[in-house]
Design a binder for this molecule. Structure first.
Ligand code: NA7
Length: 540
């Protein structure tokens, strides 16, 4: 028997920070909405990333929604950097408070979304073989949700257990006790997991391809007085975050690292190191644009590594050599210190690369390692990856993958829309500030912009909104130019797509800052959605 196709005003993919708020906003505006979520619960990234030590590196009191002052005041974070279980509890609290679950379908994957030009509707095909349609199609799929498990030869022969940090088991505690554990990858996930796993494992072998710059997080429990003050300053904090560069309420630097004398500069770095967190990254105005300025902070961290790590050979292997900050700067709890443990060893797989996974462990060109458990902390196909996993087709049956030429030619308008894909919106899509900002701030901005845009279309009885090709090209070019003026593009990283074999190199994040970006998006809306083509009575 054929099941009846359901029709909605809007379909949203994903029930993380983006999808939850998008659902809430559109429902408040009177739209019928359905959210599809592959996980068994809400949370998105925070549903899947359950690996040991998983924490956010934005401070808790800023890593939350600000659309509701009541919500902000009702929730109280326990520590400076929130652990994954606490963030997940927060998102569940939000889902309950706004009664969101009734419009979310869990355990289901969107396989395709095709635009039907004749009827001006999107048809969404789900992996339970049902279809639904909607006028507006919105993606809240996250920027780092397409896990990268390198295609190592022999992986299927491995007799032990293996896990990717982004797909950690939900109903099982992975037991490392007394085991020989290998971890591949030393990005944020690896750096967080390594110290925690080392405390449990019999022996932990870290397979490092590129060493990392990391600074201490100095996580601590919050003082109730600090929480009280933060809640009392809600309005000011919200304003500061929205107008800032990175979505954090911090005072921006005013000095070049080269303007101050070395003693003073070192004191500023020391203060940031003692204070913990990502302060070093924003210590001076020119760390990410001037090679000589960057060298000063890079040298500072390299000196710290040599002071912390006892074995000079190990310390040497841990020394990063590229521009600081051009790979995501990391904060940690006892990362470098962990290499002083007897049960931890470091293997440099840049010089002795991984050849295969064997039934009993891992083989590099020169050595073999026996392992009971392998942890892949090998990252993600960032930004475009999650979108290209879905078969999204716009006008004339052209897919997003074709339009972007498999990632080689990513072009978007504001990171929100795509020419050729009418009535489709991306929350924190490629070429928006997204991952180079405090995510909830960027997510809220997109959700509110999209919801306001849809309200505008409904009020003016406009049926179709589509980005104009010229406006899109101009925006993409602007993004590239901003990135090319920085050191970011000089390093192989997931920002540039260099971490994925065969992925063309680009830069898919807007580096102009969240405040400037918000202003630009608002101007476009105020000018009647400049750069978009608006059409009425499109339904034939
Ligand atoms: P990242 O930051 O992309 O880190 C992945 C790590 O895995 C990194 O050290 C990679 O080395 C390493 N890697 C990837 N593939 C391989 C292969 N084939 N062999 C050896 N090593 C490999 O991902 P994370 O999950 O840690 O963090 C992602 C983001 O989440 C982070 O930036 C924050 O925004 C939050 P490489 O550096 O490429 O040489």
């Amino acid at each position: 028997m054929k099941t009846k196709i359901q029709h909605f005003d809007a379909i949203v993919i994903g029930a993380g920070f983006s999808g939850l708020y998008m659902l809430h906003r559109l429902r408040e505006d009177g739209l019928s909405v359905r959210v599809f979520e592959a996980g068994k619960g809400v949370g998105g990234t925070w549903f899947w990333n359950r690996y040991p030590g998983a924490r956010c590196d934005s401070e808790s009191v800023y890593y939350n929604y600000t659309f509701s002052e009541e919500l902000y005041k009702e929730w109280t974070w326990t520590s400076r950097y929130p652990e994954q279980p606490e963030i997940l509890r927060y998102l569940n609290f939000v889902a309950d408070k706004f009664d969101l679950r009734s419009d979310i379908q869990f355990n289901i994957r969107v396989q395709s979304a095709h635009y039907d030009e004749k009827n001006n509707r999107w048809t969404i095909n789900l992996d339970d073989h049902t279809n639904v349609t909607a006028k507006y199609f919105i993606t809240g799929v996250g920027c780092l949700s397409a896990a990268n498990v390198p295609n190592f030869k022999g992986i299927e022969s491995f007799k032990g257990e293996w896990y990717h940090t982004g797909h950690w088991p939900r109903n099982k505690v992975v037991d490392f006790k007394g085991k020989r554990v290998g971890i591949i990858g030393t990005g944020s996930s690896g750096v967080q997991a390594i110290p925690v796993i080392a405390e449990q494992a019999g022996h932990l072998t870290v397979f490092q391809r590129t060493p990392q710059y990391s600074a201490p997080a100095r996580n601590h429990l919050y003082d109730p007085e600090y929480i009280r003050k933060t809640k009392a300053n809600f309005k000011e904090i919200k304003k500061q975050m929205r107008e800032s560069t990175g979505g954090q309420p911090v005072v921006p630097p005013t000095q070049s690292a080269l303007e101050v004398n070395p003693i003073e500069r070192n004191k500023i770095y020391e203060d940031n190191w003692k204070n913990g967190g990502l302060g070093l990254f924003g210590a001076f105005t020119d760390l990410t644009i001037d090679e000589r300025a960057n060298k000063t902070v890079a040298e500072f961290i390299r000196t710290k590594i040599s002071e912390i790590v006892h074995d000079s050979e190990v310390a040497k292997k841990l020394m990063p050599y590229y521009y600081y900050g051009t790979k995501r700067p990391i904060i940690d709890t006892n990362y470098y210190e962990t290499y002083n443990r007897e049960n931890v060893s470091l293997v440099d797989v840049k010089n002795d690369s991984i050849e295969s996974i064997t039934p009993n462990g891992l083989k590099t060109i020169n050595n073999e390692y026996e392992l009971d458990v392998i942890v892949f902390a090998t990252g993600y196909d960032g930004m475009t990856g999650p979108l290209m996993k879905i078969d999204i087709k716009g006008k004339d049956g052209i897919s997003l993958k074709e339009k972007w030429d498999g990632g080689a030619q990513t072009r978007t308008y504001l990171g929100i829309a795509n020419a050729g894909f009418p009535n489709m919106f991306m929350i924190t899509g490629p070429e928006s500030p997204s991952v180079l900002s405090n995510m909830p701030v960027s997510i809220e901005q997109h959700v509110e912009w999209i919801a306001d845009c849809i309200q505008f279309l409904r009020t003016k009885e406009i049926d179709v909104i589509e980005a104009n090709v010229d406006a899109e090209n101009e925006w993409s070019q602007h993004c590239r130019e901003v990135a090319e003026a920085t050191l970011f593009i000089k390093t192989d990283s997931w920002y540039t797509g260099a971490n994925i074999k065969g992925k063309p190199r680009g830069f898919q994040i807007y580096l102009g800052g969240v405040g400037a970006y918000r202003k630009k998006c608002d101007e476009i809306a105020t000018n009647g959605y400049e750069g978009f083509v608006l059409t009425s009575n499109a339904v034939h």
